[in-house]
Design a protein around this ligand. Structure first.
Ligand SMILES: Cc1cc2nc3c(=O)[nH]c(=O)nc-3n(C[C@H](O)[C@H](O)[C@H](O)COP(=O)(O)OP(=O)(O)OC[C@H]3O[C@@H](n4cnc5c(N)ncnc54)[C@H](O)[C@@H]3O)c2cc1C
Length: 372
């Protein structure tokens, strides 16, 4: 069976790796619009469900090489006063670039996967769009006019997925109510001080917080999370972001001041976070959606990358006994049936955590921004 995977991020590389385990999978082509050396993002937390999926995907890879273990969460007021402490099931804070490099190596390991970089998928050719039962995708068209045939299609092209739009034209992302400035600080002393603790500082009025985690080699991944209706970033140049952070976080705890001082804001990223209301299905015929394309969720859940890994593992399990491409739609339907309740739960949990974040500090203290 020949697979076409649209998007070479976490979901796409995980799906290609998962397909390796299937002898009937003869070749996988990943189409990725970014070039291999393009900046790869900052970092995220691999939670227990994501780590379990990784162990199944590539048991011989030591994923702990990609980051730093996090075992506690400390929720604090903006002046540094501790509000709540939580013991966490160990999670791994990874650099997205380093993690993706390991995942790409795993995807390429058996020689049956190849990448096409620098091309976007713009169209999906199908036999029938009107009759659901006979819907079959047979090729994709790239922005350079080339067309590629396949038997199985996986849409892994992220939150603003074009592939999703080709399957479900009415699906729409929500507006971005929360913006985040995500940065990496080169801060060995702060990284040592943080150790295995995820610290998050909160403005008591709500709608503004700073989170930080050590990611390894003296680096700290940190973010300023803000209510987009109250705090406006107009200029995303490095000096403007630095000035914005200085002004917004004046008088905050010493860790926050240190993170600002040790950050090159030219590499920071303004992330306008959006989620996707649950889709009617995660597949059509022989085309399935994974990762953010299927279920973009708010960052409060810390589940974006983790859910993408779980999707890939489940799809591969369901395809294990499918001998010919004709059996794939049934496996994809089962995947959709099993995963949709989880997506709905993450969507609702993300919304609940967003409401808690936007409100003034509750007497019960801030909510832990993680969903298992
Ligand atoms: C550059 C980048 C940096 C990020 N940085 C962070 C971060 O620091 N922290 C964090 O928590 N999350 C970050 N994310 C998001 C995070 O990776 C995802 O939420 C999560 O890992 C789910 O992965 P995904 O593979 O579904 O989506 P993504 O990781 O977004 O991957 C989707 C891939 O599809 C490609 N693509 C999109 N459209 C097309 C098309 N039409 N044709 C071909 N290819 C296409 C994109 O270039 C991208 O590589 C980042 C995403 C990207 C793309």
């Amino acid at each position: 069976m020949r697979s076409i995977i649209v998007g070479g991020g976490v979901a796409g590389c995980a799906m290609a790796t998962a397909l390796h385990a299937l002898p009937q999978s003869t070749a996988s082509t990943i189409i990725e619009r970014r070039l291999p050396d393009a900046p790869g993002g900052m970092g995220f937390l691999l939670m227990p469900n994501g780590l379990a999926a990784l162990r199944e995907l590539a048991p011989r890879t030591d994923w702990s090489d990609a980051g730093h273990w996090i075992e506690h969460a400390s929720l604090r007021a903006s002046d540094g006063q501790t509000l709540a402490e939580h013991l966490l099931e160990p999670a791994l804070c990874v650099s997205r670039t380093r993690f993706l490099a390991l995942l790409r190596d795993a995807a390429l390991a058996n020689g049956r996967t190849h990448f096409i970089h620098g091309s976007s998928v713009v169209h999906l050719e199908t036999t029938s769009r009107e009759h659901e039962a006979s819907f079959r995708a047979h090729s994709i068209v790239l922005d350079n006019g080339c067309s590629l045939d396949g038997e199985l299609f996986f849409g892994c092209d992220g939150a603003r997925s074009q592939f999703r739009a080709m399957l479900f034209s009415k699906a729409e992302l929500s507006d971005a109510a929360i913006h985040e400035i995500v940065s990496v600080a080169d801060a060995p002393a702060l990284a040592r001080e943080l150790g295995t603790t995820f610290r998050k500082y909160h403005d008591p009025r709500g709608g503004l917080a700073v989170g930080m985690l050590a990611e390894g080699d003296g680096r700290v991944v940190w973010f300023i999370q803000m209510d987009a209706s109250r705090h406006h970033v107009v200029d995303t140049s490095g000096p403007a972001l630095a000035a914005f952070a200085d002004a917004m976080l004046d008088g905050w705890a010493a860790d926050v001041v240190e993170a600002i001082a040790t950050t090159d804001f030219a590499t920071s990223h303004l992330w306008k976070t959006r989620d996707l209301p649950p889709l009617p299905a995660l597949h059509r015929g022989n085309a399935a959606l994974l990762g953010d394309a299927a279920h973009a969720c708010l960052p409060f859940t810390s589940q974006g990358a983790n859910s993408a890994l779980v999707d890939a593992v489940l799809l591969a399990r369901l395809l294990r006994d499918v001998r010919t491409a004709g059996g794939a739609p049934e496996a994809f339907a089962e995947y959709s049936r099993l995963r949709r309740p989880n997506h709905r739960r993450l969507f609702l949990e993300g919304r609940r955590l967003r409401a808690a974040f936007l409100a003034p500090a509750a007497s019960s203290g801030p909510a832990l921004p993680l969903v298992a």
